[in-house]
Ligand binder design. Structure first.
Ligand SMILES: *Cc1c(COP(=O)(O)O)cnc(C)c1O
Length: 465
């Protein structure tokens, strides 16, 4: 098969900054041992998120200059609208400044207090926007989707029996909408099969429910379908994506992911009356319906990005580059969520650092060690993010993960090889890593701003002889 190379060459470069160990120690202490509080300037390889952090193509930068900044009816909106309609088939396309604005507008226009929204797993902003309307966000991913080491080709699939039993039961009337997040970001970037999307559509038809896709990573999902689902191998990613969208009544999109843009999003749907309601709300808080909080040049960049993202060479490289990092981690015995997701590798920090109790935050210990050893920034998805309850008590999260999210088209294979080398160094000293305690934290979304202190007592190495 041969080596899969980056399907681009580089026209513009931005220098990386290298730091000394002493500089990193100072920077991390100053940040309260929370990498969210580091200056990006002090980070060498930034794998905090894949959202809005990718590189745009020459064609996208060229398109920026063609942005039509007319307040109403701009040419850039026409291009954006026609690209999104060609891809999704939805009748109404409503631009927004990013994905969460589309969420707020859709949910405020459709939900009543007491309603239920069902999803494979709600992304955190999606959940927060559902709950803000007084509705319940319920996650019904297949049970295998919650087991880090369990290998399954479509771990993002909806648990169909569980969905049907809710729709058929006495709660059925409260279900306002069914959603599928493709790929399932909060479940490790795992894909959903076409067969599962079709089955969810059929259940929504039977019980008269609206069905929306959270489509942020639709192209990565389409690529997994092409590779893994029977009968799909000869179709293009775009054809597969078109079928995915054709099965839904509408979608929410953050263009910061598979839009290959640095900002933007949209809401799209077939229902005329709902679209009218959403546009009315859009005008109130985002802007006129032909720009929705974006500049004309943003609409141009997104329209071009949506064309590039379904390119087979791009997707083959994109998915392979994540898998490459996952294979290296597995080969050196670093436990990860398997199989590799579409946009990130998730390390099982609890399994790597068994001597650090959950309430001493093994995820933070790993994140901070990756930074100290090599200036790599990653993200804890564990007890700091999910362990604090509204009544103030704290429990261990279900999984202690550390996510290394790979920005699109930004880093080369040697950057990833460097990440592997640093991870190997961290693994060598992992037995000696210490836990942390929280010095200060806000009551909600504490992971962004909490400050920590390393615990002094050195862990005793576990005798494995
Ligand atoms: C990023 C994301 C969102 C929210 O989009 P923003 O552009 O960050 O507001 C919603 N759902 C999923 C699955 C996402 O990954």
């Amino acid at each position: 098969m041969g080596v899969i190379i980056e399907p681009f060459r580089i026209k513009t470069v931005e220098p990386l900054r290298f730091t000394t160990r002493a500089e990193r120690e100072r920077a991390l202490a100053k940040a309260g041992y929370n990498v969210f509080k580091l200056r990006a300037h002090d980070v060498t390889i930034d794998l905090l998120t894949d959202s809005g952090t990718g590189a745009m193509s020459a064609a996208q930068w060229g398109a920026l200059m063609q942005g039509d900044e007319s307040y109403a009816g701009s040419r850039s909106f026409e291009r954006f609208d026609s690209v999104v309609r060609d891809l999704t088939g939805f009748k109404h396309v409503i631009p927004t400044h990013q994905g969460r604005a589309a969420e707020r507008i859709l949910f405020h226009s459709t939900l009543q207090p007491g309603d239920v929204v069902i999803n494979n797993i709600h992304f955190d902003t999606t959940r927060a926007n559902v709950e803000y309307e007084g509705a319940e966000a319920r996650d019904l991913v297949m049970p295998e989707g919650r087991l880090p080491a369990f290998i399954h080709p479509f771990k993002g699939n909806m648990h169909l029996e569980a969905l049907e039993s809710v729709l058929r039961g006495e709660e059925g009337a409260r279900v306002a909408m069914v959603m599928l997040t493709v790929t399932n970001n909060s479940g490790g970037g795992q894909p959903v099969s076409l067969e599962n999307i079709r089955a969810v559509r059929a259940l929504c038809d039977r019980y008269g429910k609206a069905f929306f896709l959270d489509a942020c990573r639709f192209a990565e999902n389409a690529w997994f379908i092409k590779q893994r689902e029977a009968g799909q191998h000869n179709r293009s990613p775009k054809e597969i994506a078109q079928e995915m969208f054709s099965l839904a009544d509408g979608c929410l999109m953050s263009a910061k992911k598979d839009g290959l843009a640095n900002i933007g999003g949209f809401l799209a749907m077939n229902d005329d009356a709902l679209a009218q309601k959403c546009r009315n709300l859009l005008i109130l808080t985002e802007g006129f319906p032909t720009y929705g909080g974006l500049a004309g040049y943003d609409l141009e960049a997104i329209a071009q990005g949506l064309v590039e993202v379904v390119d087979e060479n791009y997707l083959r490289y994109r998915i392979r580059s994540i898998e490459y990092l996952a294979e290296k981690f597995l080969a050196m015995g670093i436990p990860i969520v398997q199989p590799a997701g579409g946009h990130a590798v998730y390390v099982d920090a609890a399994a790597l650092l068994p001597h650090i109790p959950a309430l001493q935050y093994p995820g933070i210990a790993l994140v901070n060690s990756l930074y100290l050893e090599g200036g790599i920034r990653s993200c804890e998805i564990g007890t700091v993010m999910f362990g604090l309850h509204p009544d103030g008590h704290e429990t261990a999260a279900g999984m202690e993960l550390v996510r290394l999210a790979i920005p699109r088209r930004l880093y080369t294979q040697s950057h990833i090889d460097y990440v592997v080398e640093i991870a190997a160094a961290v693994k060598e000293i992992s037995w000696a890593l210490k836990g942390y305690r929280i010095v200060s934290a806000p009551p909600v979304l504490r992971h962004f701003t909490a400050e920590f202190e390393p615990l002094r007592a050195r862990a005793v190495p576990v005798d494995v002889s």
